[in-house]
Design a protein around this ligand. Structure first.
Ligand SMILES: Cc1cc2nc3c(=O)[nH]c(=O)nc-3n(C[C@H](O)[C@H](O)[C@H](O)COP(=O)(O)O)c2cc1C
Length: 172
């Protein structure tokens, strides 16, 4: 099978990670893939903010959980997260960030690195405690944090096949 197709068809969301760091060169490539995603009118107003400290990742998860009233909330304790943010008033910011996230997931998978989209920061990012943390990471105040890519090597035995039910219609 074509290598790109194989990468695309074998990616799965990973929700348990080994305690093994991601090499910096591979992280850099993953971030480059994010930058190469399409963006509406080529605005590229996104920012990709990387957290590699597991303590900081836990701290952020705890703040998000508190903001959303979810006591046992975790982000699956990954090695690294990439927070994708974009201008709050950008009409297509959310679409652009989704493209970037998919590029991140596929690039990570190409390096044998597992990933999953974490969605809860979007609703929690304007909670004062959470926003203070985002500001300390360098995320601009006029950005909404649209998503998180959690990254790490997959803990064994968690891949399951998922039936794909999205309808395809040829209307020619
Ligand atoms: C917009 C969006 C939000 C998602 N949010 C979460 C999330 O918060 N937590 C999670 O575990 N998975 C999340 N996912 C991953 C989906 O659950 C997953 O992609 C879906 O079950 C299909 O599985 P696959 O990624 O292995 O193909 C999200 C996916 C998308 C596209």
């Amino acid at each position: 099978m074509n290598a790109v197709m194989e990468n695309l068809l074998t990616r799965r969301s990973i929700r348990a990670f080994e305690d093994r760091p991601i090499p910096k060169e591979e992280l850099d490539q993953i971030l480059k893939a994010a930058q190469y995603a399409p963006s509406a009118m080529n605005r590229q107003t996104w920012q990709f903010t990387v957290l590699r400290s597991r303590a900081k990742i836990q701290e952020l998860a705890a703040a998000i959980g508190k903001a959303l009233g979810r006591e046992n909330y975790t982000m699956y304790e990954p090695q690294t997260i990439i927070i994708t943010s974009n201008l709050r008033d950008s009409r297509f910011g959310i679409d652009d960030n989704a493209c970037a996230l998919e590029n991140i997931f596929l690039a990570a998978h190409a390096f044998g690195i597992g990933s999953v989209w974490i969605n809860q920061l979007r609703d929690a990012c304007d909670d004062p405690d959470v926003r203070r943390m985002l500001t300390s990471y360098g995320i601009p105040d006029d950005h909404t944090a649209y998503g998180i890519a959690a990254l790490g090597y997959a803990a064994p035995a968690q891949l399951k096949d998922i039936e794909r039910t999205g309808k395809i219609v040829f209307a020619d």
